[in-house]
Design a binder for this molecule. Structure first.
Ligand code: SF4
Length: 340
C-alpha cells in the first residue's frame, strides 16, 4: 500500500555543495528556515487533520535537502519533533534523503535511537567522470560504501539517479543503472536532468557548453532503466520531477525534458512496445482493432493525447483503434479483437 506522505521541505538544508543541475529554491519555491519543535509539530498535525485518509500507512518525509548534512542540533530538532508521531501511532515511518558522503559512523549513531525507517541517497550517477562534471563532490564508491552501512543497520534504502547529466551517454546511463541495481536498493527514483533557471547548468546551456537530452530521448532511456529495474524486482517509485506550479508554468525551467506527466509518458511507451509486439505476433488482421487490457492500463495504451492510437493507426494502416478495459485481464495481459 502506497504510504500517505506528510512532506516537510528542507530546501538546500544541510547543503554546502553546488551541483550544477541544482536549484532547490526554484524546485520547491521556498527556502527552509528552522522553526521550533512546536511549530513543526503544529504543521504536521494540520496536515494530518486536513488530508489523512486513515486506510494508508503514514510516512513523514523530509524532502529537498541533505538531511545528514544539517548541523547536529538541527537533525535532532527535526527527529525530536517528528518521533512522537510514530510513538503515538499517528504516523508509521520517517524518511529522509541525504548525500551518500554524509553516511558515516557519527551520523548513523546520531539517528540510531530515532524511528527512521527509510533513507534515500542522491546517487545521481555511478560514473565518476559524470559526478565530477556535475560537481557533485563525491565518488561512486561513496554510494557503494553508504549502501553497505545502511544495510547493516537494516534501513530501507532508496536510490535516486539522474539521466542526461553532463558527460552522460545512453551507454553510460544504462551502466550506472546496472551498478545501482547491483546494490539491491528497496526502490529507486529516476529523474531526467532539467535545466533550471539560476543553476550553473543554465549558464552552461546559454553558453552552448551543455545540451540537455530531448524529452523523447529521456523517455526512451528511462523506459530502458525501468524495465531493467523491473526485471530485477526493484520498484521504480518515481520517474520525472514532481510537478509544481513553478515548473508547470515554466517559471523554474529554462530547458530540457521536463514534463508534468513524465512517468506516464514512460509507461505509455512501454505499453506501445507491448501492443506492437502483440500485433506483429497476431498475423493478418482487419482494419478495425479493439485492444482489451486491465481497466488500470487503458490510459497507458492510449498514450498522452491518444498519441499511441494515432501511431498504431498510421503504422499498421488501421481504420479504427479502440481501447477497452476488462476486469478479467491482469495488467500483464493484452487481447486483440480485430475485424474488417
Ligand atoms: S543536489 Fe543536493 S547536494 Fe547538490 S546542491 Fe542540491 S541540495 Fe546540495
Amino acid at each position: 500500500l502506497k504510504p500517505f506522505i506528510v512532506p516537510i521541505f528542507i530546501p538546500h538544508g544541510g547543503c554546502s555543495h553546488h551541483c550544477v543541475f541544482c536549484n532547490q529554491r526554484q524546485i520547491t519555491g521556498k527556502r527552509f528556515s528552522f522553526s521550533s519543535l512546536q511549530h513543526i509539530q503544529h504543521q504536521i498535525n494540520q496536515f494530518l487533520n486536513y488530508n489523512h485518509q486513515k486506510r494508508r500507512p503514514v510516512q513523514i518525509a523530509f524532502f529537498g535537502g541533505n538531511f545528514l548534512g544539517l548541523k547536529k542540533d538541527q537533525i535532532l530538532l527535526l527527529l525530536q519533533a517528528t518521533s512522537p508521531f510514530i510513538s503515538t501511532g499517528a504516523a508509521d515511518t520517517i524518511r529522509f534523503s541525504t548525500r551518500p558522503d554524509t553516511i558515516n559512523e557519527t551520523t548513523l549513531a546520531l539517528i540510531r535511537d530515532y524511528p527512521v525507517s527509510t533513507i534515500e541517497l542522491g546517487v545521481q550517477s555511478m560514473a565518476d567522470e559524470v559526478l565530477a562534471l556535475s560537481k557533485r563532490g563525491h565518488h561512486a564508491i561513496d554510494t557503494t560504501r553508504a549502501v553497505g552501512m545502511l544495510r547493516k543497520e537494516a534501513y530501507a534504502v532508496g536510490l535516486q539517479m539522474m539521466v542526461g547529466l553532463p558527460g552522460d551517454t545512453e551507454k553510460g546511463v544504462l551502466a550506472s543503472g546496472l551498478k545501482i541495481a547491483a546494490l539491491k536498493p528497496d526502490f529507486v527514483r529516476i529523474y531526467p536532468t532539467v535545466v533550471l533557471k539560476n543553476s550553473a547548468l543554465a549558464k552552461w546551456y546559454q553558453k552552448g557548453k551543455y545540451e540537455p537530452f530531448t524529452l523523447a530521448r529521456s523517455v526512451t532511456l528511462v523506459k530502458q532503466l525501468y524495465l531493467m529495474f523491473q526485471k530485477q524486482d526493484i520498484p521504480v517509485v518515481r520517474m520525472g520531477l514532481q510537478a509544481s506550479t513553478d515548473l508547470d508554468e515554466g517559471e523554474a525551467v529554462l530547458a530540457g525534458p521536463y514534463h508534468p506527466s513524465f512517468g506516464h509518458l514512460v509507461l505509455s511507451e512501454i505499453m506501445l512496445d507491448r501492443v506492437i509486439a502483440k500485433i506483429k505476433k497476431h498475423g493478418p488482421m482487419g482494419d478495425k482493432l479493439i485492444i482489451l487490457v486491465h481497466p488500470r492500463c487503458t490510459s497507458q495504451v492510449r498514450g498522452l493525447n491518444n498519441q499511441n492510437i494515432i501511431l498504431l493507426q498510421r503504422h499498421f494502416h488501421l481504420h479504427t483503434v479502440k481501447v477497452a478495459g476488462h476486469e478479467s485481464l491482469s495488467p500483464e495481459q493484452i487481447q486483440l479483437v480485430t475485424s474488417k
